[in-house]
Design a protein around this ligand. Structure first.
Ligand SMILES: [Zn+2]
Length: 411
């Protein structure tokens, strides 16, 4: 070939490749933006019944030191050609990155990594996606708190890759799920985004989780304790749908019930184990309740007033800043039980929350309904806007919700 022809051929190849890559990007962009499971499952326009739907990660592994065997666990699930991208928070990088790199290396898997910048914003998701696309990553591992895991999951979604989540606190039930939250640059909630599949693997390393401040485990208990009450509400109301638009299954309800039993049986003991510096059986049971049972229970069982109120409470900037999600959910649980007039269950919930150090009403969030009436209105409006509230058996008006929130403080 003459030099010019060589150049021309190279340019054509390059353009073809660039076009192909661009096309691939367009397809993936189209796919993730278009994916709304509610359209698939909740659509009854052609007379089809709404199906029951159960979703879960492919594998959940929990043990002390599990991260040291991450590579072996992964190698069982993926082929030798897998290319792993690790997204990790700066704090966790110092503590666990070497173990992750060693373990993945021992399994002979190719690995690259990126440091999470701190917020799950569109720009951060795009940045991480670009870094991993460059390396042809097809397994994205998130190691850190909720926002880092969400960013890893959304990057995986854009790449058409599978996600692996390794939570470093047991503070929420998000690691097993296929739903992520995007925030705006100013930290305000933007929207939720659904992935097509749940994580390939969730690794709950009890050693890592026990090293987090106990407040995170307590908040996780608040998030997990709501799961049964919300799933039951959805099960009993034929009009209710899960977050993905399906009907809940009895399996999800049974898991949610077990979640509550485990919290009641082991919650206090788990905290005692932590404060004694020797996490044992009770701690292990609470990690499972907070991450696995609550995760499966909420995603396939559905949410109701407790989470609508938790989200509504974030309308007050102070509450949003000062309290963890699970702490707000605990107040939401009390409001839900008041709405449903389940006084015996409310008393039991209150006793549990008190025992582990969770708030039970607005006053315990340092919120004074008397002097903060305007903000209370915003909280109520915000809660009523969240679709989960419609799972309740009765139409919830502003007056009903206000009465429920205030009544929780009089128990
Ligand atoms: Zn939650």
């Amino acid at each position: 070939m003459l030099p010019d022809a060589v150049h021309e051929k190279a340019a054509t190849d390059f353009n073809c490749l660039a076009n192909r890559q661009q096309m691939q990007r367009n397809i993936m962009t189209h796919l993730y933006q278009e994916y709304d499971p509610n359209r698939r499952f909740a659509d009854t326009t052609d007379g089809v019944a709404v199906p029951m739907l159960f979703v879960s990660p492919t594998q959940y592994i929990q043990s002390p030191g599990a991260i040291h065997r991450l590579g072996l666990f992964l190698a069982d699930l993926v082929g030798p050609e897998a290319r792993v991208g690790v997204l990790i928070t700066p704090g966790r990088r110092r503590a666990v990155f070497a173990a992750v790199a060693d373990s993945v290396g021992e399994a002979n898997l190719t690995m690259t990594d990126a440091t999470f910048a701190g917020e799950s914003t569109r720009s951060e998701v795009e940045r991480v996606t670009a870094v991993f696309r460059e390396q042809s990553v097809n397994i994205v591992i998130g190691i850190g708190g909720g926002k880092c895991l969400d960013t890893a999951r959304m990057a995986a979604n854009r790449l058409g890759a599978r996600a692996v989540t390794i939570p470093t606190t047991a503070s929420t039930d998000a690691p097993t799920a296929a739903v992520s939250v995007l925030y705006r640059e100013d930290g305000v909630f933007d929207r939720v985004e659904y992935s097509r599949t749940n994580p390939l693997l969730v690794v709950a390393d009890e050693t890592i989780l026990a090293a987090a401040p106990p407040r995170y485990l307590v908040a996780g208990m608040g998030d997990a304790f709501s799961t049964y009450y919300e799933a039951r509400c959805c099960m009993q109301n034929p009009a209710a749908r899960t977050g993905r638009g399906g009907r809940p299954t009895m399996g999800a309800l049974a898991i949610a019930r077990q979640c509550r039993e485990q919290l009641l049986a082991h919650g206090v003991a788990a905290l005692q184990e932590l404060s004694a510096g020797c996490p044992g059986v009770a701690f292990s049971q609470i990690v499972e309740a907070n991450i696995l049972l609550s995760g499966l229970g909420f995603e396939s069982g559905g949410l109701a007033a407790a989470h609508a109120v938790a989200q509504g409470l974030t309308a007050c900037a102070d509450l949003h800043r000062k309290f963890l999600h699970g702490e707000l959910v605990a107040v939401g649980v009390m409001a839900q039980l008041m709405l449903e007039d389940r006084m015996d269950e409310a008393a039991a919930a209150r006793e549990f929350f008190r025992a582990v150090g969770l708030p039970t009403h607005l006053g315990e969030l340092d919120f004074d309904p008397g002097t903060q009436a305007g903000e209370l209105d915003e909280i109520i409006t915000g809660s009523l806007r969240v679709p989960f509230i419609q799972a309740e058996p009765m139409p919830v008006s502003a007056e009903l919700l206000r009465a429920a929130l205030l009544r929780a403080g009089t128990l």
